[in-house]
Design a protein around this ligand. Structure first.
Ligand code: ZN
Length: 186
């Protein structure tokens, strides 16, 4: 098991679309285990492969810290796909790739998602509110989309200074990261 560095806002990979996983291999299992460990280490409730520099469609979740979800086990979702959605719901979001920036995002309130588990068996999960939110946020990552893309330009402007510092690699977080500056200057 290892903790992987998390790619930060400004790195190109966060804008790339991840490819579906074709089969379960040792590498896929190892990556999922590492993603869970990386997510826990960073205090996150969801993580997408893109955020650790892997362009395959794997998402890890652990919402057990949230009171109403405390009985839910950590989950690995491979090739997750929204099959239906309903309602609208606004909630504050943050992202391990955009530390110290939070904003209100409007998303569907309930979703049904199909995915493959770590045995490559097809599973379906229905989620509302927080669960729907986290899954949609992570599926966005697999498509190169960030929560900042869902807010207005005026709202985004309020975060401009912090985002500029992030691009320059000037951030202070407790977990290993890769910033655009660190990649540009090895
Ligand atoms: Zn995120």
């Amino acid at each position: 098991m290892s903790i992987l560095p998390i790619y930060i806002y400004g790195t190109d990979i966060l804008r790339k679309k991840a490819k579906p996983v074709q089969q379960i291999t040792e590498d896929v299992i190892r990556q999922a285990v590492d993603m869970h460990q990386t997510m826990h280490n960073a205090g996150g409730i969801g993580l997408a492969a893109t955020q650790v520099g892997k362009l395959n469609r794997i998402v890890t979740l652990d919402l057990s810290e949230i009171e109403e979800m405390k009985d839910m086990k950590p989950l690995t979702m491979i090739n997750p796909e929204v099959v239906s959605q309903e309602g609208q719901f606004t909630m504050e979001e943050g992202c391990l790739s955009i530390p110290d920036v939070r904003d209100e995002v409007n998303r569907p309130e309930r979703i049904v998602v199909r995915y493959r588990d770590t045995d490559f068996q097809e599973q379906t999960i229905e989620g509302g509110e927080v669960l729907a939110r986290v899954i949609l946020h992570e599926i966005d990552h697999l498509n190169g989309t960030l929560f900042l893309d869902h807010i207005s330009a005026a709202q985004r402007k309020l975060h401009r200074d912090k985002l500029k510092l992030m691009e320059k690699g000037e951030i202070d977080v407790s977990y290993p990261v890769i910033t655009a500056a660190k990649i540009a200057v090895p």
